[in-house]
Ligand binder design. Structure first.
Ligand code: TYD
Length: 205
């Protein structure tokens, strides 16, 4: 239990999460809230080093990849997210534990339950108040990414479709904690859907 509000944005590469994070930051600030915008991996100096290792280095074995992402999260939650929530701030994160459950668990085939448990241990069971899944097909994500930037983006469409399917399954299994938005809609429409949901939760006026 915290005083702040914790919202995670999830989805495939190229879904448009960062645009939505920026729009939501403006909405909360207009409502007078203090907002911390952050991301995984790379929300701390250590996390930025992990990000370089895991996204831009040579091959990383799948289990090592899962542990590196989990280490980023453990440090990020303790150093950045938990203190901001304790101060009563709104924390918006571009990716959180569900990224690992989807990418390492479903995409890399390491087992969604195992990766979920590893991540919950890493973040000391800190779960977002709301997770917004910005949904686009693997094909559309690839089209939007254009050039490939990192090891995970360069995986084939079936990897990205497995990730997408897993996000949708997680959301379907827990509708109170998730909102799925169609990432092919205009950004303002996606934002409006997020705002509506937060209003219904009493988090925005
Ligand atoms: P992201 O920061 O969204 O990429 P970019 O800023 O380059 O658009 O995410 C980086 C990549 O890391 C993305 O392909 C998803 C992947 N990822 C995982 O595989 N597991 C994780 O736990 C996280 C947080 C990200």
């Amino acid at each position: 239990m915290t005083d702040g509000l914790f919202i995670a944005f999830e989805g495939g590469d190229g879904a448009g999460k960062s645009t939505q994070v920026a729009l939501l930051r403006d909405a909360f600030e207009a409502a007078g809230r203090t907002v911390l915008v952050t991301r995984q991996p790379g929300g701390t100096p250590l996390g930025r080093e992990i990000r370089d290792l895991v996204l831009h280095g040579d091959h990383v074995s799948p289990r090592a990849e899962a542990l590196l992402f989990a280490a980023d999260k453990a440090h990020h939650v303790e150093q950045v997210i938990a203190p901001a929530l304790a101060a009563g701030d709104v924390v918006l994160t571009d990716r959180y534990t569900d990224s690992s459950v989807a990418y390492q668990g479903a995409g890399r085939d390491l087992g969604a339950q195992e990766i979920h448990d590893l991540n919950m241990w890493a973040v000391d069971d800190l779960v977002p108040d709301l997770t917004v899944v910005v949904d686009v097909s693997a094909q559309e994500g690839r089209r939007r990414r254009g050039e490939v930037h990192d090891r995970l983006e360069s995986e084939q469409d079936d990897f990205h479709e497995a990730i997408r399917a897993h996000y949708l399954a997680m959301a379907q299994g827990n509708p109170q904690r998730y909102l799925v938005v169609d990432g092919t809609l205009p950004p303002e429409d996606v934002h409006e859907a997020v705002v509506q949901r937060l209003r219904s939760m009493g988090a925005l006026p």
